[in-house]
Write a new protein. Structure first.
Length: 310
């Protein structure tokens, strides 16, 4: 299952991602001004998303794909939510999150972290929360059980709020030439030949994974669906779309910032260089897709009107 593959990957590479970012957040960041650190931009994204979700005092929130819990601490500190249930199917990330709140009576009384798959929301009590939020996580969910589960747990007039990279058409990534990718990785000549063959292998693997046939297969499984299809699925699940924000231009700052960190770590012969190369290539291709407007990053807020499907 895709969810199991995602869990395994994050269990293995979360420490590396935190090292690359230099922070406890796991998001693209909101780069609304120059000179931001990755951590500050990531904190900005959490704040912008929380405001978009209408988080406030007294609300009960389910955060699906809660990362290492940093965003939920922010939701409590900045928006004074009554209770947050953070769900994540990565045991490693849940353990990190639990470690952050165990020594604080304030956070322990307001935040629960569960090792749980968001596709299992339907098994939870009906209509018990005001918000279901998914910050850069729902791309990993089968949309059918996830949307049905979110509808199930939300109170009438509650909101499902999503922040996600969503493709606009059939293609997901820009097919950059290998020479273009090499130019984007300014490393020492002594390392270039070492990494060239690996760059080609990673590029070919990514493009093979996202060929037209594969894209259709993934979409059929309800994971990577297009923007138009996403909105249709939300309506069919019983939600009324209240607001959409295209924030693509505010997340594109993640690429040059991470690129700089990756080059530094590769030059130091990091033991996980192969993973750093994959991260770099994937992020570069996504950056190109953003620039060519074939893919966007969206905030979506959808309302459960009266507890009945439309």
């Amino acid at each position: 299952m895709i969810s199991e593959q995602v869990s395994t990957s994050y269990n293995t590479f979360t420490p590396l991602l935190l090292e690359v970012f230099g922070s406890q957040y796991l998001n693209f960041g909101y780069w609304n001004r120059k000179g931001l650190s990755i951590e500050k931009a990531q904190s900005n994204l959490v704040k912008a998303f929380g405001e978009f979700c209408g988080l406030r005092k007294g609300l009960e929130v389910v955060d699906v794909g809660c990362g290492t819990g940093e965003q939920d601490i922010d939701f409590v500190d900045q928006f004074h939510c009554k209770r947050i249930i953070g769900m994540n199917n990565s045991k490693v990330q849940v353990e990190i999150a639990l470690g952050k709140v165990k020594s604080s009576a304030r956070y322990r009384s307001k935040i629960d972290f569960l090792c749980e798959n968001a596709e299992n929301l339907i098994q939870y009590p009906k209509e018990f929360c005001d918000r279901v939020v998914a910050l850069e996580s729902s791309q990993h969910f089968d949309k059918h059980p996830f949307l049905a589960g979110a509808f199930h747990v939300l109170k009438p007039n509650g909101y499902l709020c999503i922040a996600e990279v969503i493709r606009k058409g059939p293609r997901l990534l820009y097919e950059a030439k290998l020479s273009d990718i090499e130019k984007e990785l300014p490393i020492q000549n002594s390392l270039r030949s070492l990494y060239k063959s690996e760059l080609k292998r990673i590029r070919d693997f990514i493009f093979e994974s996202f060929k037209e046939k594969s894209v259709k297969a993934i979409a059929h499984q309800n994971y990577s669906i297009s923007y138009k299809e996403y909105l249709t699925r939300l309506n069919e699940a019983g939600f009324s779309i209240e607001e959409i924000q295209d924030i693509t231009r505010y997340v594109m700052g993640i690429y040059p910032a991470v690129r700089k960190r990756v080059v530094e770590m590769l030059s130091q012969r990091h033991p996980y260089s192969h993973v750093l190369l994959y991260l770099f290539v994937a992020l570069y291709l996504l950056h190109c897709a953003f620039a060519r407007k074939s893919t966007g990053f969206y905030f979506i807020r959808a309302k459960k009107l009266d507890g009945k499907k439309l």
